[in-house]
Design a protein around this ligand. Structure first.
Ligand SMILES: Cc1cc2nc3c(=O)[nH]c(=O)nc-3n(C[C@H](O)[C@H](O)[C@H](O)COP(=O)(O)OP(=O)(O)OC[C@H]3O[C@@H](n4cnc5c(N)ncnc54)[C@H](O)[C@@H]3O)c2cc1C
Length: 272
């Protein structure tokens, strides 16, 4: 498939990218291009200008930031997956990045692109939701921080304004158990369903991949665990408040059952 015609410019800084987004409201940022270019080839996206931020190396980093770890938006999945700092301080993020697509996708796709794209089937978003990560966005009027609970707003939509650039994602250091269970037919496929679980503040937080229009928190499960339910009883509430899609890979009923099985396994792992 061939995309609709577009212009291409390379931004030489975040401010330059913001200025170019303001110049052309139909323009779109290009990071790794592994979600945007397929969408353009299918003509689901028709940006008039591609504003390439893929070479802004100062947005590719992983560093300590007090009790958090700061990850630059242009950090490639491979670098997240192999980061010693993340493996020590927040291993679920490194693990989730290691199960994204295949090596080619992981060497080109970025964590910022995965989040800004707002795909509920993406692996990192549900993990970041369970971690209560923070998203840093920069726009014409400066920088703001968006909590994960308010970042993913609808299908392929986020709280980012059209002229904002996602610059950083901050994840908390974790010391308790964690699990990210991704169910797919082949190792390189997207998740049919994914479940992220982390211990935090004496409880467990659970995120769901591909169970609705956005990544979701399984709040019924979290409440059940807080009230003393065992993993099997808590997992029975995994599909509460979800609206899983039905597609060629699975029906919505199958996804609901799968979510319950994966949540039980994730809870058993986290609470062991
Ligand atoms: C074959 C294949 C298999 C894949 N499998 C998986 C998988 O199993 N799991 C998974 O999670 N993902 C998977 N992906 C998607 C992959 O993770 C993408 O890299 C990711 O979703 C998008 O990152 P990107 O850097 O390529 O973003 P791009 O495609 O460049 O951009 C995506 C969207 O985000 C916007 N954007 C990008 N960066 C920013 C920013 N810093 N600020 C604001 N907006 C921004 C762009 O304008 C665009 O709208 C797969 C992709 C392919 C091609």
């Amino acid at each position: 498939m061939i995309p609709a015609p577009f212009d291409y410019v390379r931004a030489d800084s975040v401010d330059d990218a913001i200025a170019r987004l303001r110049e052309d409201p139909e323009g779109k940022l290009l990071a790794g291009g592994h979600s945007l270019l397929p969408a353009m080839k299918l003509r689901l996206a028709r940006p008039s200008t591609l504003i390439d931020i893929g070479r802004l190396r100062d947005l590719a980093y992983i560093r300590e930031d007090g009790d958090r770890v700061a990850i630059g938006a242009l950090t490639r999945h491979h670098d997240v997956a192999t980061s010693e700092l993340l493996r020590q301080a927040c291993p679920i993020v490194a693990h989730a990045a290691s199960v994204v697509g295949d090596p080619q996708v992981r060497h080109v796709g970025t964590i910022g692109g995965s989040c800004a794209h707002g795909d509920p089937a993406g692996d990192l978003p549900s993990v970041l939701l369970a971690l209560e990560a923070e998203f840093v966005a920069r726009g014409p009027s400066g920088e703001r921080t968006i909590p994960a609970s308010g970042f993913f707003t609808s299908l392929f939509e986020t709280a980012l304004a059209p002229d904002e650039v996602l610059t950083e994602i901050r994840v908390p250091r974790t010391s308790g158990g964690w699990a990210y269970l991704k169910f797919n037919r082949r190792a390189i496929d997207w998740a049919i369903v994914g479940v992220a679980a982390v211990r935090a503040n004496g409880g467990v937080r659970v995120g769901l991949t591909n169970m609705g229009l956005t990544p979701l928190r399984a709040t019924g499960v979290e409440e059940a665990i807080a009230s003393g339910a065992d993993p099997a009883a808590a997992a029975a509430r995994a599909d509460e408040g979800t609206a899983p899609p039905a597609d060629a890979f699975a029906s919505d009923e199958y996804r609901r059952e799968l979510a319950k099985v994966l949540v039980r396994r994730a809870l058993e792992q986290v609470l062991a």
